[in-house]
Design a protein around this ligand. Sequence first.
Ligand SMILES: Cc1cc2nc3c(=O)[nH]c(=O)nc-3n(C[C@H](O)[C@H](O)[C@H](O)COP(=O)(O)OP(=O)(O)OC[C@H]3O[C@@H](n4cnc5c(N)ncnc54)[C@H](O)[C@@H]3O)c2cc1C
Length: 326
Amino acid sequence: MLPTFSYVKPASIGKAIRELTTPGARVHAGGTDLLGCLRDRVFTASKLVSLSGLPELQGVSELSNGGLRIGALTTLAELAAHPLVQRRYQALSEAAGAAASPQLRNQGTVGGNLCQRPRCWYYRGDFNCARKGGDTCYAKEGENQLHAIFGGDVCVMVHPSDTAPALMALDASVRLVGPGGSRTVALDAFFIPAGKDHTRETVVEANELLTEILLPPPPAGAASTYRKLRSRGAWDFALTGAAVVVGLNGKKITHARVVLSGVAPVPWRVPAVEKELVGHELTDGLIERAAAKAGLGAAPLSDNAHKVALVRGAVMEALSEVRAAG
Ligand SMILES: Cc1cc2nc3c(=O)[nH]c(=O)nc-3n(C[C@H](O)[C@H](O)[C@H](O)COP(=O)(O)OP(=O)(O)OC[C@H]3O[C@@H](n4cnc5c(N)ncnc54)[C@H](O)[C@@H]3O)c2cc1C
């Protein structure tokens, strides 16, 4: 059963920010993640601030620099089907289309997808785990087949978003608006590593709104893709995924960004793979060498060593895909 809270639907961003200054107020976008957390008492809310009265947070538009502005309330279904996103930012269109189920993609927004809370069964269950402020990460010694193989020092949850790795690979930034004005944060700096603060996933403050996502123009000769590996094809969170963006000059790679999902508390960028790729032609040999680097430094838990092979496979398939598209 849901706890008791008040519900407001402000008609401007300024009014929404003022409503969010109430202690315990929370942003309500599509509600697909938030309402489950409230129902299961993962956390509480004194007030929900609905964004549904803010049409300026919706839709995708082209920027004068050739980039894209994506309103935070754009649904995952809209993002996946948008012609410009499909044509120029394929990794994002594929990631949005691979998230959750058709019903959830029609309701869930991209802003909510970036700000969603962990799916770890201990966090979502009746455990006062480290992420909830306790002193134990129960997954470390417990059921951990879906958990992190990278960056899990204090908490081994994996970041659940599919759009986050794609947006990070595409070098996106987000605009956050709060009582003191607005700030733009690169997605590289948006997610908080567990070793820095394991009780928060993002830099968004309680009284801030994520209003839009900004994408730069794709690099010259760009090709991108998101490869998601999951237990069930119909819908499931990523066991692991790989978002790959390459820029090509002829056959030579001039730019590469590779970000993994499902393997760390934050979307996990793999600079060793990127370094291996730049300056070379995307041959079978290079794809194998680069994919082998993706698993370096992994620290599997008792039940998830299979993820190391999955990471390599996801990167290999994603690189083969961009070669075919380039
Ligand atoms: C069964 C199921 C399966 C799923 N599978 C996947 C999957 O495979 N891949 C995947 O990526 N996701 C998956 N999800 C998560 C789902 O995609 C996200 O829940 C959805 O995108 C969240 O968007 P929303 O608009 O519903 O967010 P909400 O539920 O409204 O909000 C989520 C969180 O973000 C905050 N928030 C929302 N918007 C903003 C904003 N603009 N500014 C600041 N804070 C904000 C809210 O306060 C809340 O804490 C799944 C969810 C369910 C229930």
